[in-house]
Design a protein around this ligand. Structure first.
Ligand code: F6R
Length: 364
């Protein structure tokens, strides 16, 4: 069942190119998003003036990536809500809000209850779900299935990537239907998106190099993940992945926010995983990295630079393939997943069955 891999998690990490191709390709016709086979009509998106994404954990972090893309590329306001909070807050959604719930299992009780609440305010509900016929899929107005296949490891990997891809496709559809983006703009973006599976194949070749870095992490008590923009959203997922399977305390920070308090936690040797793939904020992230480096941090930098030799910037550089900024998340997350996996294994943990966690959370 594990196809020769020692754990499901690493098997599932390697399945991402296939999972992404299966999720993206059937929804693309003539390089434009097409949801006809999913029975999702354009009317779902017509007149949408804002979006609320509701989810938990990794699924919520995938929503965060989608939020950043949709808001920055198409100018449509997006709120991402933690399902267990949304349920008890006063909803500010109405008929013109598109509610997107994201869930691998389709059974997470807080996400399900949040969907039920949202349906009292808007008929525009769309579930991005992996498990066919699950409760959330059945109760949502519309469903866009991700085709990751069964995810066995407790820590989500391939399900995250396909959720991000689904959010991007929905964003493109919204951009077109609401007139915020032109067909040619979307075609260009989607031709890049279709290339993502082969880019990930390239990143998977870095597995050994990344596993060596994991050896450096196993004795750490704390780790920090920093970035700006899309890279910040990714930091949250990277920190969660490390925490849940390696039991190392990890925090994600918007790189520019560290100096407002948290930088006092950086001491000699503290691992900082910095992600710097976004051109518009690249130099800002680099100066934030120098700030932590000057305080003794051990910096692992993920960027699209071919090479970085300046050791005042980082201790180790992981170079990911060149791609447009919005798509680099798919590459960087694979690095973060591999790093978390080998750190867990290096500590003698079972990455597939982390303590205290269940695959599907059906308690409130
Ligand atoms: C972390 C992880 C969890 C789930 C969360 C939501 O690796 O898997 O954070 O993402 O419990 O689960 P679903 O997506 O099934 O609603």
């Amino acid at each position: 069942q594990k196809d020769g891999y020692p754990h499901y998690m690493i098997k599932e990490i390697h399945e991402q190119p296939r999972a992404l191709a299966d999720t993206i390709n059937p929804r693309v016709k003539d390089l434009l998003p097409n949801f006809e086979d999913d029975n999702i009509p354009d009317s779902l998106f017509e007149g949408v003036h804002d979006i609320t994404v509701i989810a938990c954990g990794t699924a919520m972090y995938a929503g965060n990536v989608g939020r950043t893309l949709i808001q920055n590329k198409f100018g449509i306001p997006v709120t991402v809500a933690i399902a267990s909070e949304f349920r008890y807050e006063r909803p500010t959604i109405d008929e013109n809000t598109l509610v997107i719930v994201v869930s691998q299992s389709g059974e997470t009780i807080d996400t399900l209850e949040a969907l039920r609440l949202a349906k009292k305010y808007t008929q525009r509900t769309l579930a991005i779900v992996n498990v066919k016929g699950s409760t959330i899929a059945r109760e949502s107005g519309h469903v866009l299935y991700t085709h990751a296949g069964p995810e066995i490891a407790v820590a989500s990997t391939k399900a995250y990537s396909v959720q991000v891809a689904a959010m991007y496709l929905v964003g493109c559809k919204l951009g077109l239907v609401t007139g915020k983006a032109s067909e040619s703009e979307i075609r260009e973006f989607i031709s890049g998106l279709k290339n993502v599976p082969s880019m990930i194949e390239e990143v998977l070749k870095l597995e050994e190099k990344i596993s060596v870095q994991a050896n450096r992490m196993v004795n750490a008590e704390d780790a920090f993940f920093i970035g700006r923009g899309l890279d910040y959203t990714l930091s949250m997922e990277g920190a969660l992945k490390l925490k849940e399977i390696s039991y190392i305390h990890a925090e994600a920070y918007a790189a520019g926010e560290l100096k407002h308090g948290t930088i006092s936690l950086i001491t000699e040797g503290t691992p900082v995983i910095a992600i710097a793939t976004q051109q518009s904020v690249y130099s800002k992230v680099v100066s934030n990295i120098r700030e932590v480096k000057a305080r003794g941090a051990y910096v692992i930098l993920i960027s699209k630079d071919k090479e970085i030799t300046d050791n005042t910037v980082c201790d180790v550089h992981v170079s990911i393939p060149e791609v447009i900024d919005e798509l680099s998340v798919f590459e960087s997350v694979v690095v973060l997943q591999i790093l978390a996996y080998y750190t867990s294994v290096g500590k003698g943990n079972d990455p597939d069955q982390p303590r205290n966690l269940a695959k599907s959370v059906t308690v409130e």
